[in-house]
Design a protein around this ligand. Structure first.
Ligand code: UT7
Length: 422
């Protein structure tokens, strides 16, 4: 037995491994963003369009939130399809093959299912045959949580490549008669490819926090939630409920403090940041971030006017947009900061190391990527049928085939087919 000390300095007694006899220290790794991409639906819903849906007006929305328009997913667009497209764009910039990816995390509050995870579906559509996949639920802070988890797996040397995605189809869970929420939110996805390297830089530090006592300020009730039993009927299953003022107060309290804390832990100060990318919740909150960090407003990225609040996708979309427009240069110090349901909040400091990159060049790797996407599309039906074949006797197999064909014939378009996710 051996005395050990945990990080708080309290002593603990642990039984040492009989398997690991000589500790082989792994070399220190750094997690760098080497690819980025975003995907938003093409359908635009402007404030003027909203005037026809709820009792609101463009002037109120712009003054109180800064939002002018938002994107709304069409029937065939899903959280998975937006996430997959954003990931493919990020893979193009990174010039990495899906088969080289070790981990996929999708931060989302609007998964297609409680299970399977959206990440597993993305993994299948990409043909990322060597990747683990899971969703992460931390509402609008989800992307920062997911980046932190993936970066730490890379830093420890467990994995080398990860895709981290923030993706939402919030329009599907909106209460379109609640003018306090439906004017705010939009749909979209953003993704980054993280890669391990010995070159110092990349994700430097993060602070993740939660205060569950505020869970009722922002909720999206699902199976068996106590909210849906409220007698006043104010909360419906699969509809967003928000106490706007409560969330606003919380957001302005944590936005500057958390980023300052993340900087402070690595001996940096806000004035050293080249760009802050906050969760795109409301222009007034974004401006407040600049004020509380005592930095000029131009150093705080905003696209809330064009996309509204896309929850877990918002920081990922803003990051991809800033990188695409070369608003971020190699060597820049970035501060990411998010807050939302949970309550959760988090901040991350990252040193940008990716050199400017052009959109897909039709290289050999580009061709191999397209090949892996195509193979994934072919593999899916084959593997599914093979699984069924293994389970059924020949007579029941033929009966199942007949049933399936007749169902398709009767009801051809109840759900987008697999190919339409591509
Ligand atoms: O990503 C998750 C994080 N979420 C957030 O960060 C949201 C944070 N909260 C906010 O952004 C703001 O609280 C809102 C934009 C949601 C609301 O702005 P507000 O300045 O807090 O407005 P309010 O709710 O206090 O409403 C002020 C007035 C009310 O009328 P009275 O009672 O003063 O007569 C509302 O009924 O504005 C009215 N109002 C509207 N009027 C026109 C509320 N919504 C609307 C609307 N159009 N859409």
């Amino acid at each position: 037995m051996m005395g050990m000390t945990n990080h708080q300095g309290r002593s603990r007694r642990l039984y040492p491994s009989r398997i690991i006899r000589a500790a082989r220290p792994r070399p220190l790794r750094y997690a760098h963003v080497i690819g980025w991409g975003m995907e938003v639906p093409s359908e635009v819903l402007s404030n003027f369009d909203l005037e026809a849906i709820v009792d609101t007006n463009d002037e109120w929305i712009v003054t109180r939130t800064g939002v002018k328009e938002r994107r709304i997913a069409e029937q065939r667009e899903t959280t998975t399809s937006l996430a997959t497209r954003a990931a493919q764009k990020a893979l193009d910039i990174a010039d990495v093959l899906p088969s080289e990816i070790d981990l996929i995390i999708v931060a989302t509050a609007t998964p297609e299912h409680i299970f399977p995870s959206t990440a597993s579906m993305v993994q299948d559509f990409l043909g990322a045959s060597n990747a683990g996949a899971c969703d992460l639920s931390a509402a609008c802070t989800g992307f920062i949580y997911a980046l932190d988890m993936a970066a730490n797996k890379i830093r420890t040397g467990d994995i080398n490549n990860a895709i981290v995605i923030g993706a939402e189809t919030l329009s599907r869970v909106m209460n379109w008669s609640d003018r306090g929420t439906c004017i705010l939110f939009g749909d979209g996805a953003g993704a980054v490819v993280l890669q391990g390297s010995d070159v110092p830089g990349g994700i430097l530090n993060s602070v993740l926090r939660s205060d569950g006592s505020g869970w009722d300020l922002l909720t999206l009730p699902t199976v068996g939630s106590r909210d849906t039993y409220l007698e006043d009927g104010s909360h419906e299953m699969h509809r967003i409920y928000m106490d706007g003022k409560g969330v606003y107060r919380f957001a302005t309290r944590v936005i500057g403090d958390s980023l300052r804390q993340a900087l402070d832990q690595i001996d940096l100060t806000p004035d050293q940041l080249n760009l802050v990318i906050p969760h795109q919740a409301n222009q007034r909150i974004i401006n407040y971030a600049a004020k509380s960090l005592k930095i000029p407003e131009e150093k705080v990225y905003s696209n809330v006017a064009r996309f509204g609040n896309t929850s877990a996708a918002s920081i990922a979309i803003a990051l991809a947009e800033a990188a695409d427009s070369e608003r971020i240069k190699p060597g820049d110090l970035l501060g990411l900061v998010g807050f939302g349901g949970g309550l959760t909040w988090g901040a991350m400091v990252l040193e940008w190391s990716a050199l400017p990159s052009t959109r897909p060049t039709y290289s050999l790797t580009w061709g191999r990527r397209q090949g892996q996407y195509a193979m994934a599309g072919l593999r899916r039906p084959v593997v599914r049928w093979w699984r069924r074949l293994m389970l059924l006797s020949p007579t029941t197999w033929v009966a199942a085939l007949m049933r399936r064909l007749s169902r398709r014939h009767r009801n051809p378009s109840t759900y987008p087919s697999d190919g339409e996710h591509d």
